[in-house]
Design a protein around this ligand. Structure first.
Ligand code: ADP
Length: 625
């Protein structure tokens, strides 16, 4: 019989290494992972047998665990959907999850070991966890509808083999050859405890059979769907186990378990995780809530159950009003499903609102993890835009604590009618933005928009509670009606006269020409000599940069250069212009100032060579003068 040898894909090999050497301090979870897979396989078979006549069957689906201390093996078998030869190769030879590569790169870049662990902790590796306790794993499986069973085997190093199996199975049988120093896993008592602890909620009987004691089969779990049990009878540990079974890590941040009776009736058991998964921003933005009807699993790929912006939610929805045969194509137009989805989203949002109002610290933790995904809804969910933004939180110049827009409005100054914001790649970059200076010195609060999605929903909102949004890097903002808070920074100096500034501006314009859209005396600057702003009608500076980065825009627009009339540098330059001394200095400094403003925005100088030459020349002059 031919035996094929395959190497694991490079990424899989790396993951294996991480798993075996450092992943879980708690090795017991390998059994949870394998039983979870068996349970999923039984779900799929049950669905198939109920929806496809050629697979109709009345067999009882179950999961068996055999312990053989003599042979030093632990066997987990199920009569679920099974795997064909190709499926064995693709499912157990590669890690299909997209984003794995980026994730692994993230891990290798992290220097701190604890960070590594918290990163790895987010990454469920399922089947591979078997290699934590076994030095060899054999899988015999037969895909439903195929004729032959196949035998997959690997020592978890770099390769696996596959061949036709002598033994025929109905489903999948996984044999772990337990490592010498993990003999505890050959103790039935130990296994029984682990299954009870982690897999009690599995809806199929999990039975334990010890070698030589085949008559003493023991059922280890309650084998009923957890979500259908009465809330009062469920302990928090049981919710936690179920959450882990769904691929959640650690404890859920929030559990939402309800039964809704009405035109359509359904039960939902949903979890919001504590930490964002590494693939939250994968382009596919897939949701993963599982859809059941009368406890029969239909799909975990129902895109119409929850909108993408709630894709971090894990869980189960079970409704007797959904037809088992609902096809994926039909789902979109399925009236019952639409009603369920609507009710579900409203339920989730009202739960979040409660936390926003009553559990603020905890809610901030949630928002720090998932806010960037959540805010996609402001852009995408037209109907709920307002309720989403009501409970969205932002960083602002007010301090460390996050703020809602309503809270911002309550702190607005007497004559302030607009919500001031600045967007940027991150807080560090925003904090160095010169445009903020004039707002801070006047005690005007500015909201920091640091998530890329902010650039998308902001233009679609225009205003909130009657207050227009106003980017402080765009258009003229009249700050003259707000007094500068003198005591804060006694640095506020006497500005140059209007006449002097006008003269300087007109001189600078002759040197900078069409490299700038305009040059203006700024009200926004206190400490910096210059900054760039965009025209009122133009795109926000950060949005434009983002569009260029994503190749949606190829040309950079020319900006307005604002100069600070109170800054010594500007005043001195004004004097040089007045005395009509060295014109070339004015030209060099004008160019340097423009480039300085660009650098602060994270842009390159317009002409790098010219920039360094001018800079050297000015430094030389000042050192020798
Ligand atoms: P995950 O369960 O997160 O997809 P795993 O590594 O645990 O990742 O499993 C990979 C795939 O192998 C599963 O998605 C499934 O298709 C297949 N698989 C694993 N165990 C079984 C089983 N007992 N029966 C059928 N298919 C299985």
């Amino acid at each position: 019989m031919s035996v094929e040898k395959h190497n694991f894909e490079a990424e899989t090999g790396k993951v294996l290494n991480i798993v075996i050497n450092s992943l879980y301090s708690n090795k017991d979870i390998f059994l949870r992972e394998l039983i979870s897979n068996s349970s999923d396989a039984c779900d799929k078979r049950r669905y198939k047998s109920l929806t496809d006549k050629s697979f109709a069957s009345t067999i009882d689906l179950n999961i068996n665990i055999n312990v053989d201390p003599k042979a030093k093996t632990l066997k987990i078998s199920d009569n679920g959907i099974g795997m064909s030869k190709d499926e064995l190769i693709s499912s157990l030879g590669t890690i299909a999850k997209s984003g794995t590569k980026a994730f692994l790169e993230g891990i290798t870049k992290q220097k701190n070991k604890d960070d590594n662990l918290s990163l790895i902790g987010q990454f469920g590796v399922g089947f591979y966890s078997a290699f934590m306790v076994a030095d060899k794993v054999e899988v015999i499986s037969k895909g439903i509808g195929t004729k032959k069973s196949h035998h997959w085997t690997s020592d978890g190093q770099s390769s696996f083999t596959i061949s036709e199996s002598d033994k025929d199975v109905d489903g999948t049988e996984i044999t772990l050859h337990i490592k010498k120093d993990e003999k505890d896993y050959l103790d039935t008592f130990r296994i029984e405890n682990i299954v009870k602890k982690y897999s009690d909620h599995i809806p199929y009987p999990v039975k334990l059979i010890e070698d030589g004691k085949e008559n003493e089969v023991k059922s280890l779990n309650s084998a009923s769907a957890l979500w259908m049990r009465n809330k009062k009878d469920i302990k928090s540990e049981q919710y936690e186990e179920f959450y882990n079974h769904l691929g959640g890590i650690g404890k859920p941040w929030k559990t939402i378990h309800n039964t809704t009776e009405g035109i359509v009736s359904f039960t939902n058991l949903l979890f919001i995780p504590e930490m964002k998964p590494f693939d939250l921003f994968n382009p596919d933005r897939k949701t993963s809530v599982k859809l059941y009807t009368n406890r029969v699993f239909i799909t975990d790929e129902c895109e119409d159950l929850l909108p993408s912006y709630l894709r971090f939610i894990k869980g189960v929805v079970d409704s007797e009003d959904i037809d088992l045969n609902v096809s994926r194509e039909m789902m979109q137009s399925n009236a019952a499903l639409n009603k369920i989805s609507k009710a579900l989203v409203n339920k989730i949002l009202s739960e979040l609102k409660k936390d926003f109002e009553k559990n603020r610290d905890d809610y901030e933790k949630f928002f720090n993890e998932f806010g960037a995904a959540f805010k996609e809804g402001i852009y995408e969910d037209f109907e709920r835009k307002k309720s989403l933004i009501d409970i969205s939180l932002f960083k602002s110049s007010n301090g460390e604590q996050l703020t809602s827009l309503n809270e911002y409005i309550s702190r607005m100054k007497k004559d302030q009618n607009e919500i001031f914001y600045i967007s940027g790649e991150n807080i560090e970059q925003i904090l160095t933005s010169p445009q903020i200076e004039g707002f801070k010195s006047r005690g005007l609060e500015v909201i920091y928009m640091t998530d890329p999605i902010d650039e998308f929903w902001l233009p679609s909102m225009n205003e909130y509670e009657g207050k227009p949004f106003k980017s402080i890097t765009k258009g003229a903002i009249d700050l003259s009606k707000f007094d500068i808070q003198k005591d804060k920074d006694s640095k506020s100096k006497k500005p140059a006269t209007k006449k002097d500034i006008d003269k300087l501006i007109s001189e600078m314009k002759t040197h900078l020409g069409d490299k700038v859209k305009d040059i203006k005396s700024s009200q926004m600057l206190t400490d910096s000599p210059v900054c760039l702003t965009a025209d009122e009608a133009a795109m926000d500076i950060h949005l434009e940069k983002l569009m260029r980065q994503h190749k949606r825009l190829d040309k950079e627009s020319t900006k307005i250069l604002e100069i600070n009339p109170s800054h010594d540098l500007i005043k001195s330059l004004g004097k040089i212009v007045q005395n009509s001394k060295d014109k070339s200095v004015v030209s060099d400094v004008s160019h340097l100032l423009l480039d300085q403003a660009r650098i602060v925005e994270g842009e390159m100088p317009l002409d790098t060579k010219g920039f360094t030459e001018k800079l050297s020349s000015i430094i030389t002059k000042s050192l020798s003068g």
